[in-house]
Design a protein around this ligand. Structure first.
Ligand code: PAF
Length: 277
């Protein structure tokens, strides 16, 4: 496995193996990331994983400084998973000064997580486009836990005609249902015990919607109230259309319930898809 820090070295390495599939990450890897790699590996001769904590997608009061950076341990996991190339660039490789160009996603960037984290999806789209240009993969894998991110990036690839297949992977969960996330490491032992409630409430909402509930606002408010009652501070609970995350009309078949809530100092996000006849 090659560990590469500069764009020049990356291009040189990938010239020898242009048939590559890409898994972008911010490091601090867990089983969810390894699952993305398992999906990637059979698709190409060369699996490339990037590790870059992208300042541009963090707000000024968010956790950029304390985001866990564990490159040595990450590389061990990636080697064991059979990855061929790790790209761990310095900030200057991704953002040559002055950093002037950004990718401005359409309105979807301002709703839900984008409303709570202004500029977040501009930061994600900008870094992912740059990474795509550096790695030039034919396919890239993203986890559905970041549902809105998946839509923003799918849209970007379509609109900018990038020759890249975006492959979406199901969320990987702990046995008690908590979606795996690097930020779970911020939870205290007490909070960790409480954290599975988020997914449990999403499952309850899904069951109600599958059984025909049409009062979306009531479904959202019930989840919100239960979480608040147990000490959470929800940012949003939203029943939306899978295709564009807009509020659904009655009779809409493909829904997704998205949630973001704070438990102590940790912000957790999750979602669940709902298919109705
Ligand atoms: O999902 C993530 O880890 C990040 O948003 C990504 C796609 C690596 C961009 O920084």
């Amino acid at each position: 496995m090659d560990i590469i820090h500069s764009v020049t070295d990356l291009r040189e390495r990938l010239q020898r193996e242009p048939n590559n599939v890409f898994v972008p990450t911010m490091g601090n890897l867990h089983r969810g990331h390894i699952e993305l790699i398992n999906i990637a590996k059979p698709r190409a001769a060369c699996t490339v994983v990037s590790i870059f904590v992208n300042r541009l997608q963090f707000g000024p009061r968010e956790d950029f400084d304390k985001y866990p950076r564990t490159l040595t341990a990450d590389c061990e996991k990636l080697r064991a998973a059979g990855v061929d190339v790790v790209f761990a660039p310095d900030e200057g490789e991704i953002y040559p000064e002055p950093q002037t160009y950004t990718v401005e996603p359409p309105d979807i960037q301002h709703m839900l997580d984008g409303a709570v984290r202004p500029g977040h999806f501009r930061g994600v789209a900008t870094v992912v486009l740059k990474l795509f240009n550096m790695v030039r993969p034919h396919s890239a894998i993203f986890g559905k836990k970041d549902y809105q991110q998946c839509l923003v990036l799918n849209n970007m690839v379509r609109q900018l005609a990038l020759p890249i297949d975006i492959i979406l992977a199901e969320t990987v969960r702990a046995q008690d249902g908590l979606a795996l996330s690097s930020r779970n490491s911020y939870l205290t032992p007490e909070e960790r015990k409480e954290a599975p409630r988020l997914y449990a409430m999403l499952c309850k909402a899904r069951d109600e919607l599958s059984a025909g509930a049409h009062d979306y606002q009531r479904v959202e408010l019930d989840v919100m109230a239960d979480l608040a009652h147990h000490g959470w501070k929800p940012d949003y609970i939203a029943v939306r259309r899978q295709a564009d995350l807009l509020p659904p009309e009655n009779g809409e078949g493909k829904l997704v319930v998205l949630a973001a809530a704070r438990l102590g100092r940790t912000r957790l996000i999750d979602n669940i898809e709902v298919e109705r006849e």
